[in-house]
Write a new protein. Structure first.
Ligand code: GDP
Ligand code: MG
Length: 313
């Protein structure tokens, strides 16, 4: 009989990233994968769908599920987001809870508000859990970290924790090594060069949404959706047409900006990143359309790919 010893130690599995909005889940994913696959913003609740990031090394493959933050459900869109956050939990081999340590150092009372709703869900699924206390680069006085951790562990007794800076990558290798230890032995789930299951075209529309989040004020970016209308590609050039949906006529003029200045800024920045991502010249054509109450429109949400969850196995 032939011996296939080389495969016996391989570890593979699914890791759900969970945590409050803005904790740094998407940043962590982009840092460990080494490419931007999930959009990041200083405003909470940017990630809308479940984004996968696949990290493959000689002895392991981790499929990370980046989920929208866990928050209260108001609109239909929020309910969709929450459903997708918890579906990740149920399919995961390991759960990674990411918390913003720099926030809790300032505002300790937020620990209870943000962590307790998550604890209840975690108890229900009974998965191996690791806690990453993130943004430690922002905590000037490192002596504050230990009492903070003790406070967090009151809600999650006896759990393992790590200090990381997702932005700078500090502590991330140690955390990955521990995740690998907890993963089951198994075969690769995806080809080694694949970094996400999310289609490139969807990533392209997400880049535009990221820029809208960056430049639009207040609540406006939450009522914006981006859809790819047309995508034509040859050897050198990709021509992409996208529609930006807003829910009110007044929002349309804000997205377009004075003499088109906002749309131009968003388009130029997104195009530059798209060119880097696709390794081709990009011609990006952006249109703005009003679609009243789209966040309540279930069939439209589904058409945008929101609310559906991929079947991983
Ligand atoms: P998510 O909602 O949990 O996915 O959070 P994001 O990844 O979108 O990050 C929210 C904000 O926190 C963004 O402005 C990030 O740049 C910032 N951020 C994330 N991780 C770190 C970190 O380790 N250090 C610092 N200083 N900022 C971070
Ligand atoms: Mg996110």
């Amino acid at each position: 009989m032939e011996a296939h010893l080389e495969d016996t130690d391989f570890k593979a599995g699914l890791v759900a990233l969970i945590g409050p909005p803005n904790a740094g889940k998407s940043t962590f994913l982009n840092t460990v994968i080494g490419e931007k696959i999930s959009i990041v913003s200083p405003k909470p609740q940017t990630t809308r769908t479940q984004i996968t990031g696949i990290l493959t090394r000689d002895n392991f493959q981790i499929v990370f599920l980046d989920t929208p933050g866990i928050c209260e459900q108001r609109s239909k869109l929020n309910k969709f987001l929450l459903r997708s956050a918890f579906t990740g939990l149920e399919t995961a081999d390991v759960v990674l809870l990411i918390l913003d340590g720099s926030l809790y150092v300032q505002k300790e009372h937020l620990i209870e508000k943000e962590v307790s709703p998550i604890v209840a869900r975690l108890k229900a699924v009974q998965k191996p859990l690791l806690i990453a206390i993130n943004k430690v680069d922002k905590v000037k006085n490192k002596n504050l970290l230990l009492p903070l951790t003790q406070e967090i562990l009151k809600y999650l007794p006896d759990q393992e924790f790590f200090y990381i800076s997702a932005k700078l990558g500090a502590g991330c290798n140690e955390l990955i090594a521990r995740i690998v230890e907890l993963l089951p032995e198994g075969q690769m789930l995806y080809p080694p060069d694949q970094i996400s299951t999310v289609p490139l075209r969807f990533l392209a529309s997400e880049l535009v949404r990221e820029k809208l989040f960056l430049y639009l004020q207040k609540e406006l970016p939450y009522s914006v959706a981006v859809e790819i209308i047309d995508w034509q590609e040859d050897e050198e050039l990709v021509k992409i047409m996208m529609t930006i949906y807003v829910s009110k006529e007044s929002h349309k003029s804000i997205v377009i900006g004075h003499k088109g200045s906002m749309l131009k800024k968003v388009g130029t920045e997104a195009r530059k990143e798209l060119e880097a991502m696709l390794n081709k010249k990009v011609y990006l054509d952006l249109w703005v359309k009003v679609k009243p109450k789209w966040t309540e429109n279930e069939s439209f949400l589904l058409a945008l790919g929101l609310g559906k969850n991929e079947d991983f196995f």
